[in-house]
Design a protein around this ligand. Structure first.
Ligand SMILES: [Zn+2]
Length: 308
């Protein structure tokens, strides 16, 4: 069986935004526990993420923003970037390693060292815009990775798949009207950040779902909208913004997905990747706030990345 890269960094466990914050270090422990419980330990290569460089971040973020985040790092306590998003003394390092994990994953799958990679990192990234942190996100890791694939490796077409329950406004802002990047997503609407429905660019396939929608609506969106768009785009590498907060057990949102939906959508993406992308998928953790549902669902996602 092939070996999937499982990329993380100790700093991602040290970033904390205060007692009771749902985006907590225990999320990574739950994923790791369920990976072991599913018997995947021998099928993943545990790798340490490097830091993203200023050049890599600067492909999607304003250089002045990258500098401002570095300068905002507190010596102690918390510094708030928005009402939900704070830095502790370890957070900037964690955000640099989270983005660096996706860059490293791209290098590994493009070189053929691994066919797929999962980045078990936090903070998440898909809400971070070119010049703004928001929604628990500091640097947009998936966007940094996609830009790396295009600019450093010369890929001509990539796809970003976002099944987090929240719309990936930051990723959309960075790649709107960039024909090299197809973004397909589902998200609950209306829900934070209340974007994604106003006249999206042609390379954005945004499928809003109403609260209460579940497996049937999600699978229809994937089958009727994502897969035909992916088939037309023929991505050479597929990125996944893997948020697991559309799960029915998630406390922050109101979609009703089940564990099996995450295995199913991953299998569908593996089939697209096998056809167009030499099997290459780079996935990174976004949301998911029920520790149990997150661990179970992410482990099933990773199992499909291993076995296809
Ligand atoms: Zn989310």
């Amino acid at each position: 069986m092939p070996i999937t890269a499982y990329i993380t960094h100790p700093s991602c466990l040290l970033h904390e935004m205060g007692a009771g914050h749902p985006e907590c270090p225990e999320r990574l422990a739950s994923i790791n526990d369920h990976v072991i419980a599913l018997g995947l330990d021998g099928h993943v290569a545990r790798l340490e993420a490097p830091r993203a460089t200023r050049e890599q971040l600067g492909r999607v973020h304003l250089p002045a923003y990258v500098d401002a985040i570095a300068q905002a790092s507190p010596a102690s306590g918390l510094r708030y970037l928005d009402p939900d998003t704070a830095l502790n003394p370890h957070s900037v390092d964690a955000a640099l390693h989270a983005a660096g994990a996706v860059v490293h994953a791209v290098d590994l799958v493009v070189s053929g060292a691994h066919h797929t990679a999962f980045c078990a990192v936090r903070p998440p990234g898909h809400h971070a815009e070119s010049r703004r942190a928001m929604g628990f996100c500091v640097f947009n890791s998936i966007a940094v990775g996609a830009a790396h694939a295009l600019e450093a490796h010369g890929l001509e077409r990539v796809a970003i798949v976002d099944f987090d329950v929240h719309h990936g406004n930051g990723t959309e802002e960075m790649f709107s009207d960039d024909g090299r990047v197809l973004m397909v997503s589902t998200f609950q609407y209306p829900l934070y950040p209340y974007s994604g429905v106003d006249n999206p660019a042609p390379n954005m396939v945004n499928i809003p779902l109403p609260g209460g929608a579940g497996s049937g609506e999600f699978r229809a969106a994937v089958t009727d909208h994502w897969l035909p768009a992916l088939e037309r785009h023929r991505p050479q590498l597929i990125f996944v913004s893997a948020g697991f907060d559309a799960h029915r057990e998630d406390p922050l949102a109101g979609l009703e997905l089940a564990d099996a939906d995450y295995a199913w959508v991953t299998r569908e993406l593996m089939a697209v990747a096998a056809k167009h992308a030499q099997g290459r998928i780079v996935s990174t953790l976004e949301g998911g706030y029920s520790l149990s549902a997150l661990g179970r669902s992410a482990a099933l996602h990773i199992r499909e990345l291993v076995t296809g």
